[in-house]
Design a protein around this ligand. Structure first.
Ligand SMILES: NC(=O)c1ccc[n+]([C@@H]2O[C@H](COP(=O)([O-])OP(=O)(O)OC[C@H]3O[C@@H](n4cnc5c(N)ncnc54)[C@H](OP(=O)(O)O)[C@@H]3O)[C@@H](O)[C@H]2O)c1
Length: 359
């Protein structure tokens, strides 16, 4: 590709957030990508992922200063799925459908590092950013760290209606476990019960939240899969059974300054529960767990084929929707996995793929 290299659009960080994230912290701009060099390829992205971890990365002092700030004007480094349109990398050919950290942009150069080929057995293209991608793989790795789903076990999941929480619920149920979720509001509760298959869901906004949890967990949970942290975390301790495992997957409530999240010191409560209930607490990350990916894809493909898991993705349209979509994650107004379609052709390509798979 030479002078005809197409123009694209990208979303960059325009200013570091001051408190809660705002769409105006970002800017959408036109750009022309570089020409692929030896070992590189050019991807036309179709669906771009909206992930909570991005909130930490756009901070003036990411991870509490543990990482240098990304310079203003940097493209937001999100995951995306797309089609290769030019290549000088012999391992990838034009037309390949791939998923990777291509960034919030419509055209991206890649060397192929960290890039996964989209597995056609996992359904629509956009699923590669949902249960068939990072959120689903995170759920799978968490269950692996927990030692699998043992007969009779009950899982308790916070942020259940989010991308990871929905995937945890679907996988636990498919493996024969019992799963109880926490969600904010009746519509999310219904989504989890009717569409994902949660056994019970407690509404954290309802006045009788504790009573709902007590009735859903008469013997206490065996595994507490925490996506949220913050002030929700100590509220879960009374509902954990003896010897329960607390699996810390994410700390959604702690990613941006929030006065409401600053409360009393709950460490003594946690230590008391660890001591008297014999609790274990374990953090984990999906990073570096690529060896588990083939087994994950095999299990998920079988679950999708049998109808035990029905992938769901909420699609918004237009690259300019990305900043607001990320803000919405922290407003807690989204349900399930949110992706943004950035390519007019992606809807029809996705539909074509689905039709081809059905034949
Ligand atoms: N360990 C890993 O390798 C790994 C990988 C990917 C993601 N993660 C983490 O997994 C977590 C979930 O990610 P996701 O993609 O599923 O996020 P998501 O789709 O944005 O959903 C998160 C859910 O958390 C709840 N929530 C958000 N802020 C909250 C607050 N302040 N207080 C209480 N609840 C709040 C909301 O549910 P309700 O309002 O319904 O309660 C929301 O549905 C995040 O912490 C993320 O960083 C970890």
């Amino acid at each position: 590709m030479t002078a005809e290299n197409p123009a694209g659009q990208r979303v960059v960080i325009d200013r570091y957030p001051d408190g809660a994230l705002r769409p105006s912290d970002f800017a959408v701009e036109a750009y022309v990508p570089p020409i692929p060099q030896d070992g590189e390829f050019l991807v036309r992205t179709m669906f771009i992922s909206v992930d909570p971890m991005l909130r930490l990365l756009v901070d003036a002092a990411p991870f509490g200063g543990g990482m240098p700030a990304m310079p203003l004007g940097t493209t937001i480094p999100g995951a995306a799925v797309g089609e290769i349109i030019a290549t000088r990398n012999p391992a990838f050919k034009v037309g390949d459908l791939v998923e990777g950290r291509f960034g919030w942009q419509t055209l991206a150069i890649s060397t192929g590092t960290g890039v996964n080929r989209v597995n056609p057995a996992l359904g629509k293209l956009e699923n590669a950013l949902g249960i068939a991608g990072l959120p689903g793989f995170t759920a799978y790795v968490g269950l692996h760290v927990a030692g699998g789903v043992k007969p009779g076990q009950t899982f308790l999941v916070t942020g259940a209606a989010g991308a990871v929480g929905s995937a945890v619920g679907a996988l636990v149920r498919a493996r024969g476990g019992r799963v109880v979720g926490i969600a904010g509001g009746e519509s999310k509760r219904r989504y989890l019960m009717d569409e994902i298959g949660y056994d019970a869901v407690a509404d954290r906004l309802a006045p009788d939240f504790a009573a709902q949890l007590a009735s859903a967990l008469p013997a206490g949970a065996d595994v507490y899969f925490d996506n949220v942290g913050g002030l929700l975390f100590p509220k879960m301790l009374p509902f954990l059974g003896r010897g329960a495992l607390i699996l810390v997957c994410g700390l959604m409530a702690q990613y941006q300054p929030d006065d409401a999240a600053v409360g009393a010191d709950h460490l003594p409560d946690l230590l008391r529960a660890v001591m008297f209930k014999g609790l274990r607490i374990q953090g984990f990350t999906q990073l570096g767990q690529d060896a588990l990916r083939p087994a994950f894809e095999e299990e998920l493909a079988a679950l999708i084929a049998s109808g035990k898991v029905q992938p769901k993705v909420h699609v918004e349209h237009g690259i300019e929707r990305l900043p607001q979509a990320l803000v919405n994650l922290f407003d807690k107004s989204t349900t399930g996995k949110v992706v943004v379609s950035v390519d007019a052709a992606s809807g029809s390509l996705s539909a074509r793929r689905t039709r081809e798979e059905a034949n």
